[in-house]
Write a protein that binds this ligand. Sequence first.
Ligand code: HEM
Length: 407
Amino acid sequence: MTSTVRGEGAHVPSAPEFPMSRATGCPFDPPPALKAEQEQGALRKVRLWDGSTPWLVTRYTDQRTLLADPRISSDITRSGYPSPAPVKGSSFSFILMDDPEHARQRRMVTAPFTIRRVEAMRPAVQRIVDGLIDDMLSGPPRTDLVQAFALPVPSLVICELLGVPYSDHDFFQENSKTLISRSATPEQRGTAHGNLIGYLDELMGHKIARPADDLLSGLGTRVEAGELSRREAAEMGVLLLLAGHETTANMIALGTLALLEHPDQFALLRDTEDPKTVAGAVEELLRYLNITHTGRRRVALEDIEIAGEVIRAGEGIIVPNDIGNRDPEVFADPDRLDLRRDARRHVAFGFGVHQCLGQPLARMELQVVYSTLYRRVPTLRLDTGLEELSFKHDGSVYGVYELPVAW
Ligand code: HEM
């Protein structure tokens, strides 16, 4: 590792590169170098792909303090914003905007994600999960769990909620994968984004002509009322479609792998019907795996004093919530997967005004999945060696590309 120089006037050329690499053979743990930064406790500068040197904030309390601070911005177009990869284009969804525009647009799509509305969807999600398990069990006793189960569950659910035809899943899954891959070129990501925008825009046209009882039709009404441009509505559709399936799918597959590697924890979920135990297990898996592993990205709007340093206006900030969730000052023995611990304070859904809009939906889907799959397929096992698996080190959402399982 490089020297420990920090702060204003620091010898920044020594800044370590970010993102850092995970240790071989430890697919569930954040990079050791990130852990070492957290042990030191101080803020420090890191170097990104473009040579820029934003601040890295590793302690849980500092992370939450900063993410709740109105003097930080998520606006990717601001100078100093620490972008994870080269960006093409000028139009973005509200996840990359600041209030008041962020809040105005977010409010337009909040209603379907309230706990009450999400709970009303639970029986339908249970039917989807049971149907996919029936299909698995009626075929040969081995499959790739990603394709057979982990991807279809959240894709079917978000399609139903948005009003997107599930028959188009190959198209939107493929383009979403490219859009969040850091190894794709800016041109490839630009094309994938353009494809998705074009698709959502066309769909929006149909919804405006023939409104149905779904989220996109609701946005269509707002477009007609002049509250939202067609482009803004399409950007929102892309955000919701992508966030709605990619994240939860990776939590299902990676979570299953983590449980198969921890048989005592697998047994706990397999043998329980207690909703509280299942809900607690979901929180712990979210904390432990923290699949959004490239950090929350922000830029300071004003000078901010924190942890003995001053982040100057215009400087970039990276808040890696994966290491925040492994802070021993908040979670005892943080590197142990312990489904019985109280993990509810985790920051896997972020913190502050941009905290995940879809978290009630993600929680409910994961609760249904984790309480059903292992109970119905109690002999589930990995059908390959852990070292044979390919992990999504290159994506902004972490997970496994394939998960061969047998039963
Ligand atoms: C386990 C699954 C999920 C995880 C771990 C996750 C994680 C996150 C995180 C960390 C953020 C904060 C981004 C930031 O601070 O910059 C976020 C925001 C967001 N998530 Fe999720 N998410 C999940 C599922 C979902 C689902 C199912 C949806 C549904 C469509 C969704 C929609 C969103 C949206 C719209 C935002 C932007 C919120 C804003 O900017 O105000 N997410 N998510």
